[in-house]
Design a protein around this ligand. Sequence first.
Ligand code: ADP
Length: 519
Amino acid sequence: MPFPLPAVATLSRPRKLALLVIAVALPAIGLAAVAALLTLRVAHGVEAESARYEAYLAVNVAESFNEELASQLRDAIAPAEEVARDGAPDPIILRALASRARRFEAPHYVPVDDMGGLSIVMVDAQMLLFGEDSTGQHEHPFAALVLRGPAGDVVGAGGWWFNPRAFLAANLSGVVRDRLTAMPGLYGGLESTRYLCVQVFDSEGHEIARVRDPGRALAGRSADMGGPFESFSVRVTATDQAPVALARRFVGVQMALIALLATVMLAATFIGVRYIVRQMELVQVKSSFVSNVTHELKTPIAVIKLAVETIEMGRFRSDAERDKYLRTIQRESDRLAQLVNNILDFSRMESGQGSLQLAPVDVQELVATVMESFRLRLEDAGFEWEIDVPGNLPRIRADAVALQHCMLNLLDNAVKYSRERKQIRVIARPRDGFVSLAVSDRGIGISAEDQKRIFEKFVRVETGLVHTVKGAGLGLSLVDQIIRAHHGRVEVASTLGEGSIFTLLVPVWTEGHRSPRDA
Ligand code: ADP
């Protein structure tokens, strides 16, 4: 069990807890899970949409380079077209091509009969011809447009050798920024491309050119280029400013918030459930406390009454028997006094009215007084006891009456919770500015788990002798409160079935403590 509960917890407690958990925690977890799922779905939708758009754009960029090339060829070929239409011979056409070779490497003219070796792609309903140099003189490809003669018949292909790598590097920015965004069919247009990085790679995966930096850890989409740019590829990736990257960050924050919210709700539920169950059980504990106390008060009164009547009516056979009745009266009235003291002290402490009269106290004297008043009880119960209190202990800063009360409670418990091995030891030692006062028994012991809660008020451990031994569950709570008020502490060491040692640590009296009434 994760939290201490009074021992009188009834069998219905797990059911109560389960019901409350089902009623509050499960819906909270369920709602958090739904919120998390919805967030993930939306995020996934945004990512899928973005990936689709990146792929679409990559294909468009790849295709746009053929258009760019065709358009630059068209711009440069006008003089060659003119002379071809006029029926000029090949060298004239070649010279016209050479006049516009600035953007390309070298002009080249292929007569119609030799055009069979060229490849063709259609760009804007126009043929773009290209091919490699089979003679090996030019390491780069050749790109050309069709030239027509005076009768409108094809006379050849006029164009230029050109470096695709340099062309891609020089024109990527223009293609992305001007050509693409001007395309009427481009989904999303300028607005979407603004947050995308476009890169061109060669066949070995080396980057040739880029527009904007890619986002961190975002995958991106690639498309292979065609025509004269066959071995190159285009990759489109979202930048850090892209909506998808923002959405990703937002999802992270959102999930953290949902987790936090769920944790807060669960913690609140846990605390609430714990509080409610405790309150419910406290009500039960209090009613059983009242019946315990009533019984505790009634029993000694009945015994005392009987003993007094016996003596009064002379119903004893010898002086020894009369003394036995007198001892009984004394023992029972001691018990009664202790219980009444406990209850009164407890209510005083609870209402914050308890005050201690702190003064230098001699430990040996204190122990002697306590043992003297408890001797009858020990003898009657058949206990052996040992007192190990050196005479040279420093005096402690204590309220002697309150401390006696604590010792009596510990001794009373040692008697109550012992079975056959009726041995008690009281040991006092100096320890780091404190004097330790230990009461040890060889009784039933307390489990490690129960040791944590026995100092709570009304708590009685369910196992052991609790059903046969009377008690109100107040003693240790009082001891703890009193010793804390002394700025000391109580320690417990116990093994189930072996015995227990309760140690009171009370501060030593020092010269700094001037007034004995400074509590
Ligand atoms: P009680 O009136 O029940 O004795 P206490 O507050 O004095 O109340 O003790 C609380 C519980 O701690 C007891 O009910 C008992 O279960 C356990 N306990 C206290 N002292 C001892 C001890 N010396 N040995 C075993 N159990 C003990």
